[in-house]
Design a protein around this ligand. Structure first.
Ligand SMILES: CCCCCCCC/C=C\CCCCCCCC(=O)N[C@@H](COP(=O)(O)O)[C@H](O)/C=C/CCCCCCCCCCCCC
Length: 214
C-alpha cells in the first residue's frame, strides 16, 4: 500500500470531531459517535490486550445509537438536547450506578472522560521526542484522566495493555497517515477540534452538575 494511504481512516476520524460542533456550539451526537467508532476501529488493530477496552467502548456507543434510533431519537440529536430531555423527564439517576435503563447522560460522561484521555495522549504523541515510548505517554495521560474513575483492577489491566505499545515512531507509522512528520501535523490539525468538543461538553455537564454521575 502506498505511503500515506489512510488505511485506518484515522484522518477522517479525527476530522469527524470537527463536524461535531454546530455554529451555536452544540455537540451533534451522530458525528460524535462516528468519531468514537473510528477510534475503536483503530484500537482493534492494537491487539487482544485492548479488547476489554474496545468491548466497553462499543457497548457505550451501542447504548447511544439505540437512543438515536429509538422512539425519543429527536431528543438525542445533540448532547445539549439529550441533557435537557433526560433531566426534564427525571431519567438521570444521581444516586445509583447501573440503574436501568442506563441514561445517555451517564453513558456520554464515560466517553467524555475518555475524550480527555485522548486529548492528553494525542498531545503527548504530537510533542514528544522521536525516542519516546507510547506506553509511557499512554500511561501518563491515563493517570492524569480516566484512572481517577477506575478501580484498581481496571487500572492494572490498562497498564498491562499499555506496556505492549510500540515506540512513538512505530505508533505514528502504524497510524498510516503518511510520514511521521505528516502524522504529527495531522494531530496538530485535529487536536483543537477534539479539545473544543471536550470543553463544550465539560461546561454543559458542569452547568447541570452531571460531572459525577455514578
Ligand atoms: C490518532 C491516534 C488514535 C489513538 C488511538 C485511540 C484509540 C482509542 C479508542 C477508544 C478509547 C477507549 C475508550 C474507553 C472508554 C472507557 C469508558 C470507561 O471509563 N468505562 C469504565 C466505566 O464504565 P462503567 O463501568 O461506569 O459503565 C469501565 O468500567 C472500564 C472499561 C475498561 C476501559 C478502561 C481503560 C481505558 C483506557 C483508555 C486508553 C485506550 C488505549 C489506547 C491505546 C493507544
Amino acid at each position: 500500500m502506498a505511503d500515506g494511504d489512510d488505511v485506518n481512516g484515522l484522518r477522517k476520524v479525527l476530522v469527524t470531531f470537527k463536524s461535531c460542533l454546530t455554529d451555536n456550539q452544540e455537540v451533534l451526537m451522530d458525528p460524535y459517535l462516528e468519531g468514537w467508532k473510528g477510534l475503536v476501529r483503530f484500537l482493534n488493530t492494537m491487539g487482544a490486550m485492548f479488547s476489554f477496552i474496545s468491548k466497553d467502548a462499543v457497548a457505550k456507543i451501542q447504548i447511544m445509537e439505540n437512543f438515536r434510533s429509538g422512539e425519543q431519537k429527536e431528543n438525542y440529536i445533540t448532547l445539549q438536547s439529550m441533557v435537557g430531555y433526560e433531566l426534564s423527564n427525571s431519567l438521570v439517576d444521581f444516586t445509583q450506578p447501573y440503574s436501568c435503563p442506563t441514561s445517555g447522560c451517564r453513558t456520554i460522561l464515560r466517553l467524555h472522560r475518555a475524550l480527555h484521555w485522548l486529548q492528553l495522549f494525542l498531545e503527548g504523541l504530537r510533542t514528544s521526542d522521536a525516542d519516546s515510548r507510547t506506553s509511557v505517554l499512554c500511561t501518563d495521560s491515563y493517570n492524569a484522566s480516566l484512572a481517577n474513575y477506575h478501580p484498581w483492577i481496571i487500572r492494572k489491566a490498562a497498564s498491562m495493555a499499555f506496556y505492549t505499545l510500540p515506540t512513538r515512531d512505530t505508533f505514528l507509522k502504524n497510524m498510516n497517515v503518511g510520514t511521521n512528520e505528516e502524522a504529527v501535523a495531522m494531530l496538530g490539525e485535529a487536536l483543537p477540534h477534539i479539545s473544543q468538543v471536550y470543553e463544550v461538553t465539560e461546561s454543559l455537564y458542569a452547568q447541570h452538575k452531571l460531572l459525577d454521575l455514578p
